[in-house]
Design a protein around this ligand. Structure first.
Ligand code: SAH
Length: 235
């Protein structure tokens, strides 16, 4: 199965056992991947379902549903303060590989960049590509950027905010496997969170945590956090 090429389709493209391919998907399958009629590939709906499909010109025939076991037993929402430039691309790519379910780009007190809608499109494309390459059953949701304060509070989940300084417990020692389905983890910008942001997060139920004694870059911290969580919850 792993040798087959994978594409992500919208659920509405699947009709009566046929996948109605978009022009872009036809181009990708026929011109970029050079598949021919009769060749097989995997279609993913980005929401947990995979199908083995067979190319038939402008559409594809669904041959059978496939089962995947590549998802973590928890749903991880990553709130990341937007780093400068294109650094977020790499955060999206790597965290998708590591199993994140949802990424919320956050505008924080020290990063007031408001990215263009094209950037959001780009991140969603990167997430879809990374999910395909990692054989994920889900393409992570990338939310519209929001101010950190407006995203608080969240309910019924373990919530952590990573803080580089201070004497906070290590994330590894805080993670609980108590049947809660969602973990929310927040990492800050290059300049760090402000004291007020940390206080507001604590008031909203976030536990401040450390990722170790070294100061990590804003793009490294999400990767370390996701790695620790996935190591704890891998089934
Ligand atoms: N310039 C800041 C550090 C910012 S690091 C300072 O000197 O204090 C960017 C973000 O990565 C931080 O806001 C935090 O969320 C996360 N981070 C980096 N290193 C960390 C560590 N050792 N423990 C927990 N979080 C860390």
């Amino acid at each position: 199965m792993s040798q087959l090429q994978r594409i992500t389709i919208a659920p509405s493209q699947l009709q009566q056992g046929q996948i109605l391919l978009t022009k872009e998907q036809q181009h990708y399958l026929l011109r970029v991947l050079r598949l021919r009629d009769g060749d097989r590939f995997i279609a993913m709906d980005g929401m947990g379902k995979w199908w083995l499909a067979q190319l038939a010109t402008e559409q594809a025939q669904v041959l059978e549903p496939l089962s995947v076991a590549t998802e973590l037993s928890v749903s991880i929402t990553l709130m990341v303060a937007l780093p400068k430039g294109n650094a977020f691309d790499e955060v999206v790519r790597t965290c998708t590989e590591l199993g994140v379910a949802c990424i919320a780009p956050v505008l924080s007190d020290r990063t007031l960049l408001n990215p263009s809608p094209q950037k959001l499109e780009r991140w969603r494309r990167i997430a879809a590509e990374a999910a395909e390459q990692s054989e994920r059953a889900f393409v992570p949701t990338i939310l519209e950027p929001v101010a950190f304060s407006t995203t608080l509070p969240l309910v019924n989940s373990q919530q952590y905010i990573c803080e580089a300084r201070g004497n906070f417990p290590h994330l590894r020692d805080c993670l609980q496997n108590k049947g809660q389905e969602t973990i929310v983890i927040a990492t800050g910008p290059e300049g760090g969170w402000t004291q007020t942001e940390i206080e507001n997060a604590i008031a909203a139920g976030f536990q401040p945590v450390s990722l170790g004694r070294r100061i990590l870059r804003a793009v490294t911290a999400p990767v370390v956090a996701l790695t620790l969580i996935s190591a704890s919850f891998e089934v």
